[in-house]
Design a protein around this ligand. Structure first.
Ligand code: NDP
Length: 333
């Protein structure tokens, strides 16, 4: 069994000195436990946060421990009545070929073939509920309002824009390439897209948000967030979902420089973590999966093969080379 273990804490981008893939004998599950074969491993920007010993929303991964990740897996052996052999599950897991768990935090996806596994895992494990609750619960967009989304072509961002459109709002996305901008406009229905690497973001926001910004779904932070903050309307709302531009920073990041806008324009700003809404997940997952089935929700999966590539693949999230929801196919169903 191969297991990625956290050997040292990264400073800046995580590399092979920080995480090591180690070959180990496979243990037997004890009473009440399951042996899972990992099929998909979700790679998420927050994985980098978990590697750091900083104040965060859950315990950091301990030195020497298996790297934590969301997984979809198949039950190989079950010593509990809650899950049966052959069943597919998703939830909290490890960067590993196989893992032993007591099943806490896992939900069943039925027998193989019951659902399109990659799509349902990719959408429902985290990015879909994040987009759904962050936008609808915190920002409550109204018809005709302007919603700006940063990292708009990513797993979360691409879903946020589409839900905003379903609610009758205008959606303006900010992303890092012309291809991503084209995709969110042509496929996801964004009204406008700004390439922050080649365009003047402030000038483009003025052009595409002539009435100002009512909702900001923030995934990035830093100077891009400051440009949007400068254009937010009275009583506008901001869901602070992520700050990906800072996750690899070696020093504390200064700013935001337009913080005073929150006072001047009475902006509601709320940080959130998707799992805060865990008890309402079935509602979100039901709605997201029916939108997918009806073809109303476009979604791109970026699936790399091989557990050994997990670390290289993770770093695609921080240079923008992922094209949609990033995951690793660890084994075939
Ligand atoms: P994405 O698929 O959006 O991938 C990350 C994207 O972020 C990259 O493709 C890149 O796109 C963009 N990016 C990376 N670095 C920078 C930078 N320095 N400046 C601007 N853009 C950058 O990942 P996810 O959809 O999984 O996550 C998106 C955000 O949502 C993250 O901030 C993540 O932490 C957050 N999140 C929060 C959750 C919560 O519960 N609060 C749950 C899940 C995710 P580009 O090419 O456009 O630069």
């Amino acid at each position: 069994n191969r297991v990625w273990r956290l050997e040292t804490r990264p400073e800046g981008t995580a590399d092979e000195n920080n995480l090591k893939l180690i070959e180990e004998p496979l243990a037997e599950p004890g009473e009440g436990e399951l042996l899972l074969r990992v099929v998909y491993l979700s790679l998420d920007p927050t994985n980098r946060i978990w590697m750091s010993d900083m104040d965060q929303y859950m315990e950091p991964v301990q030195i020497g421990a298996p790297m934590r990740g969301l997984i979809a897996g198949q039950v190989v052996k079950s010593n509990t009545s809650r899950f049966s052999e052959g069943e597919l599950v998703m939830g909290a897991g490890h960067w590993a070929d196989y893992m032993i768990t007591d099943g806490k935090g896992l939900s069943s996806l039925g027998k193989p073939g019951a659902v399109p596994l990659a799509e349902i895992f990719g959408m429902c494990a985290v990015v879909g509920p994040t987009a759904y609750f962050g936008l609808l619960d915190i920002c409550d967009p109204k018809p005709g309002e302007t919603v700006v989304v940063t990292a708009a072509a990513g797993g979360v961002g691409s879903v946020v824009g589409q839900i905003a459109k379903m609610k009758g709002a205008r959606a303006v996305g900010i992303a890092g390439s012309n291809e991503k901008c084209k995709w969110i406009k042509d496929e996801c229905g964004y009204d406008a897209a700004i390439n922050y690497k080649s365009e003047d973001v402030g000038a483009m926001l003025d052009r595409y948000c002539p009435e100002g910004v009512d909702v900001l779904f923030e995934n990035v932070g830093g100077w891009i967030m400051d440009e949007v903050l400068a254009r937010m309307n009275n009583f506008s709302r901001m869901a602070l979902c992520g700050l990906i531009s800072q996750y690899n920073a070696k020093e504390p990041v200064p700013g935001p420089y337009n913080f005073q806008q929150i006072l001047m324009h009475r902006i509601k700003v709320q940080g959130f973590i998707a799992s805060d809404y865990a008890k309402d997940y079935p509602k979100a997952i039901g709605e997201l999966s029916s939108w997918m089935r009806e073809g109303k929700l476009k979604f791109r999966l970026d699936i790399d093969k091989g557990l050994e590539n997990a670390l290289t693949s993770l770093n695609k999230l921080y240079d923008g080379s992922n094209q949609g929801k990033l995951m690793i196919e660890v084994s075939e169903v």
